[in-house]
Design a protein around this ligand. Structure first.
Ligand SMILES: *[C@@H]1O[C@H](CO)[C@@H](O)[C@H](O)[C@H]1NC(C)=O
Length: 183
């Protein structure tokens, strides 16, 4: 019965973790292992884009759009060397041959020429093995929570029943001893 409060605490912590961060919900992207994936980045064409910096856990690459010429790409993270390309004109990040290590947070920072401001788009890449039918989704997460709650309630009910039965046995035991005293 000591585990019950801990399980509730665990549930609460999981909720807190899901909604933490800087108030920005990352875009969920799901990729099959060793397949290709694209992190879509929308840029309004009229905007004067100075550079786009892609981050994963650290800086991944910097893309400087070329005016009419091909844009220049500076790869920073060797882990992605030869596996990434940047879609023209939207500068989306394409990753081929996705590995388990590719999973995690991504950010696209768009720096504008006209202002000091930069906009950042957040992503969360999840990688799943194509041999398994479905990656854990929000609905299955809810289902898991529901099941956990059911287990909690069942264990609570069983716990109450056991204590009641124990009390009953104790009473009967006392009654029995009292009976022998009378004799
Ligand atoms: C994909 O990456 C794995 C290692 O992560 C490597 O063994 C394999 O050869 C790569 N496949 C292609 C098509 O590059």
């Amino acid at each position: 019965m000591v585990t019950l409060p801990w399980l509730f605490l665990l549930l609460l912590l999981q909720e807190a973790k899901a909604y933490s961060g800087d108030g920005v919900e990352p875009e969920e992207v799901v990729a099959a292992l060793q397949e290709s994936i694209s992190l879509p980045l929308e840029i309004i064409p009229d905007e004067e884009v100075d550079s786009i910096v892609w981050f994963s856990r650290k800086r991944l690459a910097t893309v400087v759009p070329g005016k009419g010429c091909p844009s220049s790409v500076m790869m920073v993270d060797p882990h992605y060397e030869g596996r990434v390309s940047f879609g023209d004109p939207s500068y989306s990040l394409h990753i081929s041959n996705v590995s388990w290590e590719d999973a995690g947070p991504y950010q696209a920072q768009v720096n504008l020429r006209t202002s000091q401001l930069s906009t950042t788009t957040h992503y969360n890449l999840r990688v799943y093995h194509p041999g398994y039918p479905e990656t854990p989704s929000v609905s299955s997460c809810l289902l898991a929570k529901g099941l956990l709650l059911l287990v909690l309630l069942t264990s609570l009910a069983v716990g109450l029943w056991v204590t009641r039965v124990q009390k009953k046995v104790k009473c009967q035991g006392q009654g029995g001893s009292r009976g022998t005293e009378l004799n």
